[in-house]
Ligand binder design. Structure first.
Ligand code: 4AD
Ligand code: MG
Length: 460
């Protein structure tokens, strides 16, 4: 197996000959010796390399600039410096590619906004290396969690004709010549002539398809990209984001919340266990106290409060908010953060929202006004999970679809699940990006996804 800086620093015996391949992060030294930091992205730390200048030509030494890619062979020795356990005494250098003199990542602080413009290079920085290693740990932990519990992983489609949230935020997928769109007699777009014979779009959620699986294969989950054409320019919204959506057969809202709690704690434990070096960086440089907060959360039970009670609590502090809290309105991020950061000082589920601000598929409560919905709120990010028990009663579901102005015929297959052996079931969606944001403490969701897609931007 290829050696990496990570394996060299943690596993390789000293006084052996080793090879390191990576990019020069920094170079310093004197007439006699050169010190290089070589980073290959495998871990936060770089490999310190020491070169005896007399063994190398000036030409080679000149080319070893920040950003240059190299292979260095040498002897691994115990390091006298406390920063690293070992260092490499280089004896042979191969340069793969010099970095041109205008390389943007010189040794100075760059703003995250600037680094977003050079997202093809930002992954070479400390911060973004750490973000994407943590993201990777979390992605694996998502699968581990559900696989350990025998959930079946399903690939829900990306192109779909169903708008799961019914919010009209689907991006269209079309094959029409946009300069010559076929029209019907009434001058409307004639979707029947389009590629799929119907208006199609990019999925906002894999939930509806996950329900099909849950109602046949049992507990299942999707984990994939979802898309929303909402014009939200906030630090928490992306136009393309990854979502984890489990669906549990024969489960109610309580089961759903129990699963969500276990899941979040599992993810946090996984990063604490496998991402310590990177977390220490976030704790020191990005979000002070993050490590302690995560450790506390790894064992903390979540609070639970109904929407109606939450609104009463918020109304008492009305003067604190830009949007005045009132029964019937959707909670804004400022309300969510107040509940989790100030009222509960920890994670909280808000349950039983008014039916009018939630999607058509949520199960109607006995009061006829609220639905069996739950949102999980975390400090710093607010809503991380949205979920519900699904309406499993045919008549009530059909009535809701009509009431919301949706076409029954568009949801015939969804209604069939209620016609042929319906079962209570529930599920949720966890915004994977917001989870990465929460764990790292990064302020903007654009900085935890490799290549952010937001209104006005789809570069790279
Ligand atoms: O609350 P949402 O819209 O719920 C659903 O889509 C359900 N169908 C999920 C389900 O029950 N299977 O989205 C779920 C989560 C939110 O809580 C949030 O964390 C995240 O997805 N999310 C976004 N993340 C980034 N950018 C956006 N534009 C997001 N919209 C939602
Ligand atoms: Mg939501």
């Amino acid at each position: 197996m290829k050696t990496t800086v990570k394996t060299l620093l943690t596993e390789s015996p000293v006084d052996t000959e080793v090879v390191v391949k990576g990019w020069v992060r920094t170079k310093r030294g004197s007439k006699q010796v050169t010190f290089l930091e070589i980073n290959d992205g495998s871990c936060f730390a770089s490999m310190q390399v020491i070169l005896d200048n007399k063994n190398f030509s000036n030409e080679i030494l000149q080319k070893l600039r920040t950003g240059t890619s190299v292979k260095i062979t040498g002897k691994l020795v115990a390091s006298p410096a406390p920063q690293q356990p070992v260092e490499l005494q280089g004896t042979k250098i191969k340069i793969y590619g010099e970095a041109a003199a205008d390389y943007q990542l010189q040794k100075k602080r760059h703003s995250f906004e600037f680094l977003r413009e050079i997202a093809h290079l930002r992954t070479r920085t400390n911060t973004f290396g750490a973000v994407f290693r943590i993201r990777n740990i979390l992605a694996k932990a998502v699968h581990d969690f559900f696989q350990e519990r025998n959930f079946i992983y399903l690939h829900s489609p990306i192109i779909t004709t169903s708008d799961c949230e019914g919010a009209g935020e689907m991006f269209n997928v079309t094959n029409f010549d946009l300069n010559n769109i076929p029209l019907t007699k009434n001058n409307k777009v004639d979707w029947e002539q389009d590629f799929f014979g119907k208006m199609a779009g990019l999925s906002v959620s894999g939930q509806l398809e996950a329900e099909i699986f849950a109602c046949s294969l049992g507990d299942c989950y999707t984990f994939g990209p979802t898309f929303r054409a909402e014009n939200s320019n906030t630090s928490y919204h992306l136009s393309e984001f990854w979502m984890v959506e489990p669906e549990i057969a024969f489960g109610d809202l309580e089961d759903d919340m129990d699963l969500a709690e276990d899941f979040i704690r599992y993810l946090i434990k996984a990063v604490l266990e496998k991402g310590k070096d990177d977390l220490e960086f976030f704790d020191k440089r990005i979000s002070k106290g993050k490590l302690k907060a995560l450790e506390k959360l790894a064992d903390a039970p979540f609070n639970r409060i109904s929407y109606t009670d939450a609104i009463s609590k918020l109304e008492k502090k009305s003067n604190k908010f830009e949007f005045k809290p009132k029964w019937g309105m959707d909670l804004q991020t400022e309300h969510e953060r107040y509940l989790t950061e100030k009222v509960f000082k920890g994670p909280v589920f808000v349950t039983d929202y008014p039916k009018d601000i939630k999607a058509f598929y949520m199960r109607m409560n006995k009061d006829g006004k609220t639905v069996a919905a739950m949102d999980a709120l975390l400090p710093a990010v607010g809503e991380i999970i949205g979920g519900s028990q699904r309406e499993e009663r045919y008549d009530l579901l059909a009535a809701r679809i009509k009431e919301m102005g949706l076409e029954l015929s568009d949801y015939d297959w969804y209604l069939d699940l209620r016609k042929y052996g319906t079962v209570p079931h529930s599920g949720f969606g966890l915004g994977f990006g917001r989870m990465v944001q929460f764990v790292t403490g990064m302020k903007n969701i654009r900085d935890i996804i490799p290549f952010p897609r937001t209104p006005g931007n789809a570069k790279f």
